[in-house]
Design a protein around this ligand. Sequence first.
Ligand code: AMP
Length: 430
Amino acid sequence: MKYRSVKGTRDLFAPESERFAATERVAREVFGSYGYAEIRTPTFESTDLFARSVGETTDLVHKEMYTFPDRKGRSLTLRPENTAGVVRALIERGVQDLPKPIRLWYAGPQFRYEQPQAGRYREFHQIGAELIGVPSVSADIELLGMLFVFLRRLGYEGLRARINCVPTGKARETFSAALREFLRPHARRFGPDDQRRLEQNPLRLFDSKDPAVQGLLKDAPKTLDFLDEKARAHHEEFKRELPQSGVDFVEDGTLVRGLDYYTLTVFEVTSGSLGAQDAILGGGRYDNLFAELGGPPMPAVGFAIGEDRLVAAAPKDPRSEKALIVVVPDSPDEFSYALAVSNEIRACRPDAGVETDFAGKGIAKGLGRAAQVLSDPSRHGARVSTVHAVLLGGRERESGTVTVKDLASGQQRTFPRQNLAEEFGAARQA
Ligand code: AMP
């Protein structure tokens, strides 16, 4: 084979593609019920945007971006995450003049040059939401509550958020310095990446994959001991109010998340349904990001869910049920009759899938193909509730009738074509 999909990318066929679409439909419904509107931003942006927002010293920017010069030599990057694009778009729109709060959600592909492994791709998908313009902890609470409602709608159970509070401003500098001082005596044993992190941005050492570094961090200074008064109040209120939103949580002082823009609240969510402790999502507050990117100061909080993992691990099929009606012409002589009958059924049953079989190799073969769907309905594009076959032979064509067979019960009836609406209307109620 000459052409193959590029390493770390994949094609989504039905039913998987339909599960993605159905998951996004649930997101639209749930987030819509909280007043969120969809935003779609470009899949590539200028490289600077990510370097500035996600952070120069993060692994994401340092090692994982798809960066390329365009024909005029401008450095562009396929978005590795969507928050930076949303913030850039809002600043460009004049965020200061828009009514607050601003509630936005998105779903789309993201790109990271990572080692592909189970559930990890180089092109993957995220569903996320951003709540902009609310400094109070109520925003964090509403957002997490909404997230849990969404995950539960998809059948996830045993959900638990790991939460932490990351110091900002002067307190963050003090924390960084304390961390550096604590770790420096051990630096000789660090790899080059971690040595660089230690000097440039010690918080990033929490992302280290070196078990020795992770071991040291267990006894290192803790974020929660460095919060200023405002941050502490924010965090305490967050913990006090969260249970009322149906959010189960544990506090984890080592959670800092791999992106630089987070301030105060950060969280990840794991689910009993996932088995492994791998997070399906992450999020937090990013009160400094708008200003950092040249906009006005603007508080904000958001999350991004890994959609690939979310769909793969979903405890129930998110697709809604659909009736399937297969129209089977006996031979090519009945093709045009079959097209007309199919259209008439579609007109009276817009909720059903009406598929015209164009093999024309006889009724028995057509019926066999329809029966295959019945034997494993979940493999079809939709989740199939009932399967009917509409059999059209020479007799039906000449007399203007149709023969309809319910494949589950085997019952079969022949009636005039004019009665289709009546008969199929009745099938819907059955
Ligand atoms: P992040 O943007 O790094 O906070 O990641 C948020 C979520 O996106 C993670 O919890 C994963 O579920 C998902 N994710 C991140 N990178 C990948 C990837 N390469 N492939 C699949 N999912 C990913």
